[in-house]
Structures are given as structure tokens and as C-alpha cells.
Design a binder for this molecule. Structure first.
Ligand code: AMP
Length: 312
């Protein structure tokens, strides 16, 4: 089952306490595509400028990533500059330059039309809406966003939220968007907009899956000895989540069993953990499914506890 994604493709400059990289491959759709292509074919919708290094295009062509919907425009590629401190769960955005995204309109090639899974990765909400409307065959739609759009494009973002099945937000973004201090209350407000699932990302503490049907699951994170750069962990999470679901036959009408949804969240956490081990997509490039499977086994061992209640 192929996965359609629209989102940013960027050149990132990132500084962490453990190093600095300049103008390396970044962007939400880049992390997502590289991660999800471990599972299935990805159909990428994005734009880059004439300054975009061709080595990255060659890299994606060598994986199962379809670039028919990637436009190359005269001008500058999206650029983002960020800095992390010792607590890598928070970061400062120092600069965002939309470049060719400022007047981009996505075009979905005919080869993308059979995509049943759609990921609206981080980018202007009006572009996410355009792709959502152009992909009516998508059976499961998943949305990600970030503080910039919550603050500057709230109305358009709300329109997108009302039309998708699953929303990914960090704990902080849930508070920013809903104005509720309690995550449970905030998530309840989000369900009032019609969502089926909300996944709350908690950085190095894991992720929470909430279902409008009452589903609740707290997924642990894989403990990492060293985090080099958490940039793209959220997009890689989405790549693992949707990547896993792309390998599963839904029950009906894109309804998945709660076991599969839980497994998908765990895949998300694991792929996110790999992404943090190096800058840019460096670790994802060499990642194998055997390595993911080994980490899956460890995580079960680390988080399983006896279901029998006992006081002795
Ligand atoms: P994440 O760490 O998962 O939130 O994703 C980080 C990636 O998002 C970086 O590679 C940036 O290039 C990209 N990014 C940063 N700001 C924006 C934005 N406003 N819109 C779209 N993508 C962004």
C-alpha cells in the first residue's frame, strides 16, 4: 500500500550540545519519506529550489520513493535554522525561510492517485488542505503541524484538523492549540472537531494514543544512551507509524484493530529513536528492518509487567 506525503523538504542548519551541521537535508517530508520507505512505496509531493543538491534526489531514487510530484523551481529551497540545549525536548527556531514554498501549489501526478494512506506533514496548512482535497481516495489521513502554524494560521489549521482521521501533536502543541493545561481535556476538545485518533508525542518520554472510541495506550520510548540531534524525530515517528500500517490489511474502511494501532505507535517511537542517533537523515539511510525488530523486542522486555494484581 503506497503512502502519499506532502510537507517540507529543507536545508537545515542545526546546533546541538554535541555538534553543528550546516545546510544538510532536512524538512518534515524528507524525514518521513526516508523512514516510511523502509516499509512501502512513498509518493512525495514537495518543492525544492534550483540550489537543491542532486545527491539527495539520487538517494531517494535509490529507495522506494516516487519523485513524480516533487517540483523543482527556480529559487531557494526552504531553510530552517534551529538550536537545542542540554534538554533536547525543547529547541529554539532561529530562522525559517519558506523560499520556493511561498508560492508553491502541489500537483498530484496520476501515478499517486491510488495512494490509500495520506500524511500531511508539517507545512503551511493551506497546502495541506489542497493535497487533502486532491486525494479523495485516501482512506486514512494523518496530520502533523507545529507551533508556527498554530500561532499564525490557526483558522486554516482548524479546517484541516476537521477533515482528517488522525492528528499528531506534541504535548506542548496540544496546550498551545487548545489552551488547556490538562492534556486529557485538550484531547477531548480536539475530538470535538471530528478526529478519530490523537497521538500526543512526548519527546524522550514516549507517545500517547487516544481514540475517540475510548482507546488509550501509553507507548514507551526506547532508551538511548546518546541523542545527537532530535530534529525530524516527529516526522520519523510518523514514518514508522504509517509505514507499519501500510503493511497491514485494515479491518474495513481503513479501520485498524487496536493491537495494530498500538504496534504502529511503537514502530513510530522506534524509528524516531533511530533518527535521533545522528544529524539529518544519516542514521535512517542505513537503518534495516532487522535493527528495528531487535529494538522492538527489547522495548517489549523493558516495558512489560505482570498483569496479575498481587500484594505479597
Ligand atoms: P520535527 O523535529 O519532527 O519537528 O521536524 C523538524 C523538521 O521540520 C526540520 O527538518 C525542518 O526543516 C522542518 N521545519 C521546521 N520549521 C518548519 C515549518 N514551519 N514548516 C515546515 N517544516 C518545518
Amino acid at each position: 500500500m503506497s503512502i502519499l506525503v506532502v510537507g517540507s523538504v529543507a536545508l537545515d542548519t542545526v546546533e546541538t550540545p554535541f555538534g553543528r551541521v550546516e545546510e544538510v537535508l532536512g524538512g518534515a517530508a524528507s524525514f518521513f519519506s526516508t523512514a516510511a520507505s523502509l516499509y512501502s512505496q512513498v509518493n512525495l509531493v514537495a518543492v525544492v529550489g534550483s540550489d537543491f543538491p542532486t545527491e539527495y534526489l539520487d538517494l531517494w531514487r535509490s529507495r522506494t520513493i516516487n519523485l513524480d510530484g516533487l517540483q523543482i523551481h527556480e529559487g531557494k529551497t526552504f531553510r530552517w535554522v534551529g538550536r537545542y540545549h542540554m534538554d533536547m525536548n525543547a529547541r529554539d527556531t532561529l530562522d525559517t525561510q519558506l523560499g520556493v514554498y511561498a508560492d508553491f501549489h502541489p500537483i498530484l501526478p496520476p501515478t499517486y492517485m491510488d495512494s490509500e494512506l495520506l500524511f500531511l506533514a508539517n507545512i503551511q496548512p493551506e497546502l495541506q488542505l489542497e493535497v487533502l482535497q486532491a486525494a479523495p481516495r485516501a482512506r486514512l489521513t494523518v496530520l502533523d503541524t507545529m507551533e508556527l502554524w498554530i500561532m499564525s494560521a490557526r483558522e486554516q489549521l482548524t479546517e484541516v484538523i476537521k477533515r482528517v482521521d488522525v492528528l499528531l501533536m506534541s504535548e506542548e502543541e496540544v496546550r498551545q492549540y487548545t489552551g488547556k493545561a490538562s492534556i486529557l481535556k485538550g484531547v477531548r476538545d480536539l475530538f470535538a472537531l471530528g478526529l478519530k485518533y490523537v497521538i500526543v508525542k512526548e519527546g524522550s518520554y514516549g507517545a500517547l494514543l487516544f481514540g475517540a472510541d475510548g482507546t488509550y495506550f501509553s507507548a514507551p520510548t526506547y532508551p538511548l544512551e546518546e541523542v545527537s540531534d532530535p530534529t525530524g524525530a516527529g516526522d520519523s515517528f510518523a514514518g514508522g507509524f504509517l509505514g507499519y500500517l501500510s503493511t497491514v490489511e485494515p479491518l474495513d474502511n481503513a479501520r485498524y484493530s487496536s493491537d495494530d494501532l498500538k504496534r504502529a505507535v511503537v514502530h513510530g517511537n522506534l524509528i524516531g529513536s533511530f533518527a535521533c542517533e545522528d544529524f539529518s537523515i544519516t542514521r535512517l539511510r542505513t537503518l534495516t528492518m532487522d535493527e528495528v525488530a531487535a529494538r522492538y523486542k527489547k522495548l517489549v522486555e523493558y516495558s512489560h509487567f505482570d498483569a496479575t494484581w498481587r500484594l505479597s
